[in-house]
Design a protein around this ligand. Structure first.
Ligand SMILES: [Zn+2]
Length: 392
C-alpha cells in the first residue's frame, strides 16, 4: 500500500508515509509531537515557521525557500496548533493579536525530520580490514546496466563501504566513458577526462610505469581531490599487476585508538602536496587526515610521490615523520589491506577520499591496460536519490 501525502511539502523526494500524529503538546518554545509508531520529537516554533511549505513561503515550481526569517523577533510566540481531521498538523501564527499566517505540515514529512544524533554524522562509521577480501560487494555489469535494483545496490555499496566491483563489461576502450556518463558527469582533472593506465615512454606519473604502486589516493595536491574513482580493466595479461586496496577510515580509527599522539599530528599538522609536469604545478596544504568539526573521518591524503617539501619548524619535523611512518606501517600491514586481480571487463569503483589503492609490480610479459575516470560524490549520491525517487 503506497501512502498519499496529506500536504504538498514542495519536496520531490518521497515523503508520504503511514505515520500519523497521535498527540501534540505546545510548550513555550517548542511543540512536542508523538506519532503512532511511538516516536516522539520536539520542534522549536522558529523551525516550524521557517519550514512552512505554502506557496508564499516556498516557490511552487523551483521549490526553493522564499520565506525570510530576517525580521522575526525571537523567541517566536507559540501559534495556535491543531490536528486536522485527516491528520495534517496546522499552525496558526499570530502577531499583535491578529492571525498572520497559516502553516500546514504533512505528518510523515515531519516524522522524517525528527532530530536524531545520526543527522549530525558525516558518513559511514564502519571501516573494513583484510576480511573485506571475502565479502567485497560484487555486481554483474548487465544487471547494473538495466538501471533497476542492481544499479541502486551498487551505488549504495560503493557509498557505504567505499568500494564495489562490477564484472562482465565489454573489455574495450570507450565502454568506461559510456557507463560513467550514465551515472554522473565525468570529473575532469589535469590527467584528462579518461586516463589510460599502461606503461608509457617518458611517464609523468608513477602509474604510467610498470613499478609497483604503494597504497595511495589520487590527486591529494588538489583542494578537492576526486571523490569516486572508476578503474576499468581492458587487459591484464602481464605477470603481477594485482590491485591492492585499504580503507582509510579503518586505518584512521585504528590510529585514533592505538596511537593517539600520531593521530593528533596527522589530523592537525598541515603539510604540502604538489604535482608538477611541463603543463601544471598544482599545490595544496592540509593535514594528511581530514576530520569534520565533530571529529568524524572525512578523508585521507596519503600519497608519498606527491608529498612536497616538508616546511615545518625543525622541532616538529621528526614528530611528523614518526606519525607518517606509523600510518604507513598500518597500510603495509597485511591485516589492513586486500589484494585482488582485476580481469578484463572488471570495473572497480572506490571512494578516492577514503579508500587507498595500489598495485603490485608487473613485467611486460603480456598486455596490461586499465582506463580510469573520476566522478563527484555529490552527483553519484544524487543519481541514487533519483533512482530511489523513480522506484517508488
Ligand atoms: Zn507559509
Amino acid at each position: 500500500m503506497s501512502a498519499i501525502a496529506l500536504v504538498d511539502m514542495g519536496d520531490l523526494a518521497p515523503y508520504a508515509g503511514r505515520e500519523r500524529i497521535v498527540e501534540i503538546r505546545p510548550y513555550t518554545e517548542t511543540l512536542w509531537v508523538k506519532w503512532d509508531d511511538g516516536h516522539e520529537a520536539r520542534f522549536s516554533w522558529i523551525w516550524l515557521r521557517d519550514h512552512c511549505a505554502c506557496a508564499a513561503c516556498r516557490h511552487p515550481t523551483t521549490r526553493e525557500r522564499l520565506f525570510e526569517l530576517y525580521d522575526l523577533s525571537l523567541p517566536l510566540a507559540a501559534p495556535r496548533v491543531l490536528l486536522e481531521p485527516e491528520g495534517a498538523l496546522q499552525l496558526r501564527w499570530q502577531k499583535d493579536g491578529q492571525e498572520e499566517h497559516v502553516t500546514r505540515y504533512d505528518p510523515a514529512w515531519l516524522r522524517r525530520r525528527a532530530y536524531e544524533p545520526a543527522h549530525a554524522q558525516n558518513g559511514p562509521h564502519e571501516g573494513w580490514d583484510a576480511s573485506m577480501a571475502g565479502r567485497l560487494p560484487r555486481f554483474n555489469f548487465d544487471e547494473v546496466q538495466e538501471r533497476g535494483d542492481a544499479l541502486r545496490n551498487w551505488i549504495q555499496a560503493l557509498l557505504q563501504h567505499g568500494v564495489a566491483l562490477i564484472s562482465g563489461a565489454p573489455a574495450r576502450p570507450g565502454e568506461l566513458a559510456r557507463f560513467a556518463e550514465s551515472i554522473a558527469p565525468i570529473y575532469e582533472t589535469n590527467f584528462g577526462r579518461i586516463f589510460d593506465v599502461q606503461s608509457k615512454p617518458n611517464p609523468n606519473n608513477a602509474a604510467y610505469t610498470s613499478l609497483g604502486l604503494e597504497l595511495h589516493v589520487d590527486l591529494p595536491n588538489h583542494p578537492s581531490p576526486p571523490d569516486i574513482q572508476l578503474l576499468f580493466c581492458i587487459a591484464n595479461e602481464a605477470e603481477g599487476g594485482d590491485s591492492t586496496l585499504a580503507d582509510g577510515l579503518w586505518i584512521a580509527e585504528r590510529l585514533r585508538k592505538e596511537a593517539p599522539q600520531d593521530f593528533q599530528v596527522l589530523t592537525t599538522l598541515p603539510i604540502d602536496f604538489r604535482f608538477q609536469d611541463a603543463e601544471v604545478d598544482i599545490r595544496f596544504k592540509t593535514p594528511l587526515i581530514e576530520l569534520s568539526p565533530q571529529g568524524d573521518f572525512i578523508g585521507i591524503r596519503f600519497n608519498n610521490w606527491i608529498r612536497d617539501s616538508l616546511l615545518l619548524p625543525p622541532e616538529e619535523v621528526e614528530t611528523f615523520y614518526r606519525a607518517y611512518q606509523r600510518l604507513w606501517k598500518e597500510l603495509r600491514d597485511e591485516r589492513n589491506h586486500i589484494q585482488l586481480r582485476l580481469q578484463a571487463g572488471d570495473l572497480l569503483a572506490f571512494d578516492n577520499r577514503r579508500v587507498l589503492h595500489g598495485r603490485t609490480a608487473f613485467t611486460a610479459t603480456g598486455a596490461r591496460h586499465l582506463q580510469g575516470c573520476y566522478l563527484q560524490r555529490s552527483m553519484v549520491e544524487s543519481r541514487l536519490r533519483i533512482l530511489e525517487r523513480n522506484a517508488k
